[in-house]
Ligand binder design. Structure first.
Ligand code: PEP
Ligand code: MG
Length: 561
């Protein structure tokens, strides 16, 4: 292999080892601020139309190879790229002397505003329109198409950052690993990668400069990337994988500490396929079904019948094991085209999660009705919780709705500091709570979880976050109701010990993390976990918290990390 040997480090967010050639995900170029004005509008128009026709042809080709769900979306986009109205809007700009890429940019914006104004299905096409804009501009500038290219062989995908919708389309058969220069460890892209079982590392400085075609070796567990590795390095990576596999061998059965204190180990899922895969694994059910992941690439709201069918499938997969369903958590970094309430200055502090469903009660009502019907049809152990609960009255409002349709158990996610502080009052209104540590840390530390540069502030080892988890567990003890964790913190074998020591009774995580957490629990008794929890809460920063806990661990744990 030619090319420079280089070792890079980032934050491992999905473990696993891989080696394959790098393929770049190109960013959208934006218009060319230095392009000359248009002098011959007819010639310029012909160029733009040709670029749009090329984009349309590429999308049609992709549609032919796409899955049944994605195909109609790509076909509709291909059609939109050939839209005469759009081409005419571009011509109008060119006639005014605007440069070609700027003309495409501005005309698309005008068209997008018009569609948004029409509302309904038309408004839902705006995202597709922006995609066409970016592809057309890239075509005009002679640049590769933006976004995830079609993978034809096993590849390591290298990007500045990836949107959750892009990540959702990847499969481990062709995507060996994901490396991003930006992105946060609790971003939904990182979560999806772990969910899909694709090794992933975020915050890898300089990774976008890695040229396509270079061999890249990746250890998602420790966050190491080797560009053009030597044979010895590839062998060492393989050895590491074997050591870890050995440490995990023999991990089976219910989650429990060394002295038998039970902790349910559950799977985070996003689709019916995830459910089927997770249910085949040795785990005790599902602790977080992120239902919005079903609809990330949808432009229209799913019907009641469609939802009943999907939820029934998910419930059937798990048989008599528990399934915690989270109602739609759309907005912020998970925008759903059919649930768009308009632009906001600070979407993460805006109409997301429950707030969106309060304004679009129809979406929540249809979802709850579908869940109730799937529950009645299967008799499954279904528990339904709401995201982004901020007050006890919101929890009451939600629980009343859940019970009104005949669903047996209602819960609240603890993702906002207010809910952790008044956990006892919130818990009086519901049957259980589940702590979403990803959002709880972003809202506690006032640090955007999408912004990888805040990884230290967002560390789940922050004593402030651990203190809020402790307060939530105190609320649980006072009301006699269970407290679970379903954020990424629950899948870290070392931190899991602390969470159990604080009083958490279930941990939900990407399914492939369960074995390591189960093994870690079995190596330690409850009293040690409680001691670890006390040290971690009292530490003055995340690093010291982790170091203090590591001191108390049994030797076998190191091979799991
Ligand atoms: C969380 O915030 O920790 C959580 C589990 O929800 P999500 O990551 O989907 O926002
Ligand atoms: Mg959340």
């Amino acid at each position: 292999m030619t090319g420079n040997h280089q070792v890079l480090h980032g934050l491992g967010v999905s473990s696993g080892i891989a080696a394959a050639k790098a393929v770049a995900v190109h960013a959208a170029p934006g218009f060319d601020a230095n392009e000359p004005p248009t002098t011959d509008w007819e010639a310029a128009s012909a160029r733009v139309r040709q670029a749009m026709a090329n984009v349309s042809a590429q999308l049609t080709e992709r549609a032919q190879q796409a899955s049944e769900t994605v195909r109609p979306i790509l076909e509709a986009s291909a059609k939109l790229a050939n839209d005469r109205g759009l081409a005419k809007s571009v011509d109008a700009k060119l006639k005014q002397g605007t440069g070609v890429t700027r003309a495409v940019h501005d005309a698309t914006q005008g068209y997008a505003d018009m569609l948004a104004g029409l509302g309904g299905y038309m408004a839902e096409r705006v995202t597709d329109l922006y995609d066409i804009r970016d592809r057309t501009i890239s075509e005009l500038l002679g640049l590769p198409a933006p976004g995830v290219p079609e993978l034809t062989e096993l590849s390591v995908l290298v990007a500045r950052d990836l949107a959750p919708a892009e990540t959702a389309t990847l499969s481990p058969e062709l995507c060996a690993a994901i490396l991003t220069e930006e992105g946060g460890p609790t971003s939904h892209t990182a979560i999806l990668a772990a969910q899909l079982g694709i090794p992933a590392i975020v915050q890898v400085p300089g990774v976008v400069a890695v040229a396509e075609g270079n061999l890249v070796a990746v250890d998602g567990g420790v966050g190491e990337v080797v560009i053009n590795p030597t044979d010895d390095e590839v062998a060492e990576l393989k050895e590491r994988a074997v050591r870890r596999a050995k440490a995990l061998a023999g991990s089976s059965g219910e989650g429990a500490t060394y002295d038998g204190h039970k902790v349910a180990l559950l799977a985070n899922i996003g689709t019916a396929d995830d459910a089927a895969k997770a249910a085949r694994m040795d785990l005790e059910g599902c602790g977080l079904f992120r239902t919005e992941f079903l609809f990330l690439d949808r432009s229209d709201a799913p019907s009641l019948e469609e939802q009943i069918a999907t939820y029934t499938k998910v419930f059937e997969s798990f048989g008599d094991r528990r399934i915690v369903v989270r109602t739609l958590d759309a907005g912020a970094d998970k925008p759903l085209a059919f649930a768009n309430l308009g632009a906001e200055e600070n979407p993460a502090l805006g109409r997301r999660g429950l707030r969106l469903c309060q304004r679009r009660e129809d979406l929540l009502d249809t979802q709850l009705e579908a869940l109730a019907q799937a529950y009645k049809a299967t008799g499954a152990d279904v528990r339904v919780m709401a995201p982004m609960i901020a007050t006890a009255s919101e929890a009451r409002w939600f629980a009343e709705k859940v019970k009104a349709v005949g669903l047996p158990k209602a819960g609240a996610m603890v993702e906002i500091a207010s809910t952790a502080i008044l956990a006892g009052r919130v818990m009086r209104e519901v049957d259980f709570v589940s702590i979403g540590t990803n959002d709880l840390s972003q809202y506690t530390m006032a640090a955007d979880r999408m912004q990888g540069e805040f990884a230290e502030l967002l560390s789940p080892w922050q004593p402030a976050l651990l203190t809020l988890i402790k307060m939530t567990c105190e609320g649980g003890r006072a009301t006699g109701k269970p407290v679970g964790v379903c954020g990424e913190a629950g899948g870290d074998p070392l931190l899991a010990l602390v969470l159990v020591g604080l009083g958490v009774s279930s941990l939900s995580m990407a399914p492939n993390k369960v074995n390591a957490v189960r093994t870690a629990l079995r190596l330690h008794d409850l009293a040690t976990c409680q001691q670890m929890a006390a040290y971690a809460v009292d530490a003055d920063d995340p690093e010291n918290a982790r170091a203090a806990v590591l001191e108390l661990t049994s030797p076998g744990l190191k091979d799991l990390l």
